[in-house]
Design a protein around this ligand. Structure first.
Ligand code: Z5A
Length: 208
């Protein structure tokens, strides 16, 4: 059984990650790969439980505890969902992964980024490819207002916080294994850019 792959979609809120995760999963299915689409925080029962704890805003976590909770949710997600899927040959499309902890808790809330990197090493898996969806904050806010719905703990934080997160994601997008995607374009144009960005991975999985 050939090993599957892990592709993460990252970026600020309203960048279009969930929309593009669905479209990427469809594209990979069309290419003949079994696909599991999942998200963070969440993606396994224990991790979904922690998602509620983290996003409800009922508790004003200190940043250290908040970071550990995101990492704990990820460890559970990897153990129960991601690793078994990859070992069974599936391609996992994940809406957010460890770079979100780096961007939100590190760049956004000021938790020591070297320590976040160490915690990332403990997760024991690195995405084969990370697509960082980059969109100006004002565009993202317009999209979220048009969609409506209640704000979570992070959406309620101020614009300076979101500016630091977006600047962090721009730095992260230049790291090895990452590709920046212009997510301010129309849905179909973003889908096409993402399909192009995964081509090398698709080719390498097919072999010579
Ligand atoms: N968080 C953290 O702090 N640390 C961590 O380690 C992790 C997460 C893993 C999870 O929220 C929160 O947890 C997140 C960071 C934090 N909070 N923030 N901010 P979530 O999962 O509930 O929400 P999100 O990840 O921020 O997703 P979102 O707000 O739903 O945005 P999105 O998934 O990127 O976008 P979307 O749902 O695909 O699209 C939003 C709307 O725009 C929707 O109406 C679409 O139809 C529309 N859309 C999408 N693409 C386009 C284009 N190209 N043009 C026009 N309109 C579009």
């Amino acid at each position: 059984m050939p090993r599957g792959r892990l592709i993460a979609l990252e970026g600020g809120e309203g960048a279009g990650k969930s929309t593009q995760a669905r479209l990427l999963a469809d594209f990979l299915c069309e290419q003949g790969f079994p696909v599991v689409r999942t998200r963070e925080p969440g993606g396994a029962p224990g991790a979904e439980f922690l998602r509620g704890v983290l996003l409800s805003g009922q508790i004003d976590w200190c940043v250290e505890a908040e970071t550990m909770l995101h990492v704990a949710a990820r460890v559970e997600h990897v153990a129960k969902t991601i690793r078994p899927a990859i070992e069974a040959g599936s391609w996992v499309v994940c809406d957010r992964f460890h770079d979100s902890t780096m961007a939100y808790q590190g760049f956004g809330l000021g938790f020591d980024r070297d320590r976040i990197a160490v915690l990332g090493g403990m997760i024991g898996i690195v995405p084969d490819l990370t697509l960082v969806l980059d969109v100006p904050r004002d565009v993202a806010v317009r999209r979220l207002r048009a969609r409506g719905g209640a704000d979570d703990r992070y959406e309620r934080l101020n614009e300076e916080f979101h500016a630091r997160v977006n600047a962090g994601f721009r730095q992260i997008a230049a790291w090895p294994g990452h590709v920046r995607i212009d997510a301010s374009l129309e849905v179909e144009a973003v889908r096409t850019a993402i399909a192009a960005a995964v081509q090398d991975l698709v080719r390498s999985a097919r072999g010579p």
